[in-house]
Design a protein around this ligand. Structure first.
Ligand code: HAM
Length: 466
C-alpha cells in the first residue's frame, strides 16, 4: 500500500493540470448542446461513430505531420507492457479514416458521413478555453470531392453554433491547394522567409525551413509583420483548386453563411488540402472563458523572453476564439491505407461553446426540478419507500429525497428550500396502513391517502405546473 504524506494528500484534492470536473448546470448544458448537435447532424444525414480513446501512435505520426505542434509536443504517448506505442487520441479525423479503411467502408454507399463526440487529449499549456482533456463534436464526410461537401460541413457547424444563441461567429476560410500547387507555393514561401529570417521567432526560423506555411499563422507580432507581404496561396492555386474554392464560396453565399477569406489561415495539422476553415467567436469585450492556470516559474520565464508573443496572446484574448475548425483532407486516406479517399470534415470545441453559453447566462433546458419531496421515517417506511419511489418514476413525477436519518423538521426544511409543491410523508403508521401523507408545501395542509391512490392524486394536482 502506498502511504501518502500530508502534502501528497492535499495534491490529490486537485484534478491534474488542464483537466476538470464537470457537474451541475454545466453538465446539463453540455447534454443539451450535444443533443442539439446530434439532432442537427442527423437531419443532414450524418450517422454516429465512436472510435477508441487509444490508438497506435503511428496513426497520428503518419497523418498529422512530424513538424506539427501536436505530434512534436502534445501527444500523450506511452508504451504498453508488450512494448507497443499507444497514444491517447489528440483528434478524431485520423481515427475515423482508420475506421473507414478497417471496415471496408469504401464498399458502402458513398459518401460515408459520420458525427462523433467525446474527449481528446493534448499536452498543451492550459489557458483560456484550452485544456489537456477537452471535448469535440466532429463531422466527417468520406469519399466526396465536390465543394458542396465542404460547404455542408461549414454550414452545419455554423448552424449548430448559431442556434445555441452565440451570434458573433465568423467563418475564416482559405485554400491550401493540392499537392501540385502547394509545392510551388511552399518553395516560394520558403524563399521569402529565408530573406526575412532575422525577423522571425525561434520556432519560426526552424519552420521557415521545415514547414514555411506554419510561419503564416504564428501569433508573434514580429512574425506577423514579416508575413504581411508574404506570397499568398491564392495566386498559386491551379485551375481545379481555384474552381473548387469558387464553388465553395458560391454555396456558402447561397446558404447565407458569412465568411472571410483569410490567406494566413493554414491550420496546425498537415493532412489538409484545399479547403481549411475556422469558426471564430469574435467579441469586442474581454471574456473569461476559463481562468488561466497558475504558471510554473519556467513557463513565466519563457514568456518573458518572448514579450511580443505575450502581447499577441493578450490581444487575441480580447477578440477571438476558435470554436470550430476543419478542412479537406484528400491525402489522409493514402497516408494510412491503400487508397485515396477524398474527404472533408470539421470539429467544434464543446468546452469553449459551453463556457460562452454560461457566460451569457444561458440555462440548461431541463434542469432536474423535483416536484415532490419524499420523507420517510422509520425502518418500515424505508422498506416501503423503494416501491413508492418506483411508482413515482413510472408516473414521471420528478422526486427528491433525503437518504439520511434527518428529523421530519429538517427534511421539511429541505423540501422548502427545493421549492417543491408537495411533500410525501411516510411514517411508521402510514407504512403499516398502506397510506401516505401528502403535504401541500404552500398552505401546509395535509391529507392522508391510500398508497394506491396517491400517484393519481399527485398527477392531477401537478398537471400544468412547471
Ligand atoms: P482542431 O482545430 O485541432 O482540429 O480542433 C477543433 C476544435 O477543437 C478547435 O477549433 C477548438 O474549438 C477545439 N480545441 C482544440 N484544442 C483544444 C483544447 N486544447 N482545449 C479546448 N478545445 C480545443 C481538429 O481536431 C481536426 N480533427 C478537425 C477536423 C475534423 N478536421 C477535419 N475533420
Amino acid at each position: 500500500m502506498v502511504r501518502l504524506s500530508k502534502a501528497q494528500k492535499k495534491e490529490l484534492y486537485h484534478t491534474i493540470k488542464g483537466t476538470r470536473d464537470i457537474f451541475g448546470d454545466e453538465y446539463l448544458l453540455r447534454e443539451d448542446f450535444i443533443e442539439h448537435a446530434k439532432k442537427t447532424a442527423s437531419f443532414y444525414g450524418f450517422g454516429p461513430i465512436a472510435t477508441p480513446h487509444i490508438e497506435r501512435t503511428e496513426l497520428f505520426e503518419a497523418t498529422l505531420g512530424e513538424t506539427t505542434d501536436v505530434v512534436e509536443k502534445q501527444m500523450y504517448t506511452f508504451k504498453t507492457r508488450g512494448g507497443e506505442s499507444i497514444t491517447l487520441r489528440p483528434e478524431g479525423t485520423a481515427p475515423v479514416m482508420r475506421a473507414y479503411a478497417e471496415h471496408g467502408m469504401h464498399t458502402w454507399s458513398q459518401p460515408v458521413m459520420f458525427w462523433y463526440e467525446g474527449s481528446f487529449f493534448r499536452h498543451e499549456n492550459p489557458q483560456r478555453g484550452r485544456f489537456r482533456e477537452f471535448s469535440q463534436f466532429g463531422l466527417e464526410i468520406l469519399s466526396a470531392d465536390d465543394a458542396l461537401a465542404d460547404a455542408l460541413i461549414i454550414h452545419v457547424l455554423f448552424l449548430i453554433i448559431r442556434e445555441t444563441g452565440l451570434e458573433e461567429v465568423t467563418v475564416h476560410l482559405n485554400s491550401l491547394g493540392c499537392k501540385d500547387c502547394r509545392t510551388s507555393y511552399r518553395k516560394e514561401l520558403g524563399t521569402y522567409y529565408r530573406k526575412h529570417i532575422h525577423q522571425l521567432c525561434k520556432d519560426c526560423r526552424r519552420r521557415a525551413k521545415d514547414n514555411p506555411l506554419r510561419v503564416l499563422d504564428c501569433k508573434n507580432e514580429q512574425c506577423k509583420e514579416a508575413s504581411e507581404h508574404a506570397p499568398q496561396i491564392i495566386n498559386f492555386l491551379c485551375g481545379v483548386c481555384r474552381q473548387h474554392l469558387k464553388e465553395l464560396l458560391e454555396f456558402l453565399d447561397e446558404a447565407q453563411v458569412p465568411y472571410l477569406l483569410d490567406h494566413r489561415l493554414v491550420r496546425g495539422l498537415d493532412y489538409y488540402s484545399r479547403t481549411v476553415f475556422e469558426l471564430f467567436y469574435e467579441s469586442s469585450a474581454e471574456t473569461a472563458v476559463a481562468e488561466p492556470e497558475e504558471k510554473k516559474p519556467e513557463e513565466k520565464e519563457r514568456e518573458k523572453t518572448d514579450a511580443a508573443a505575450q502581447t499577441a496572446t493578450q490581444q487575441t484574448r480580447k477578440t477571438s476564439l476558435a470554436l470550430a475548425s476543419g478542412g479537406r483532407y484528400d491525402y489522409l486516406g493514402a497516408m494510412i491505407g491503400n487508397r485515396d479517399v477524398c474527404a472533408v470534415g470539421g470539429a467544434l470545441g464543446i468546452d469553449r461553446i459551453i463556457a460562452l453559453l454560461q457566460e451569457q447566462n444561458i440555462q440548461p433546458k431541463k434542469p432536474y426540478r423535483p416536484k415532490v419531496f419524499f420523507i420517510q421515517l422509520g425502518l418500515a417506511a424505508k422498506r416501503k419507500s423503494l416501491r413508492l419511489v418506483e411508482a413515482l418514476r413510472q408516473a414521471k413525477i420528478p422526486l427528491a429525497q433525503s437518504l439520511s436519518k434527518d428529523s421530519i423538521k429538517s427534511q421539511l426544511k429541505i423540501a422548502d428550500r427545493l421549492n417543491v409543491p408537495y411533500a410525501l410523508i411516510l411514517g411508521q403508521k402510514e407504512a403499516m396502513d398502506d397510506t401516505i401523507i401528502i403535504r401541500d408545501m404552500d398552505s401546509g395542509a395535509q391529507e392522508t391517502l391510500p398508497f394506491g391512490k396517491s400517484i393519481d392524486y399527485l398527477k392531477q394536482r401537478l398537471k400544468g405546473r412547471k
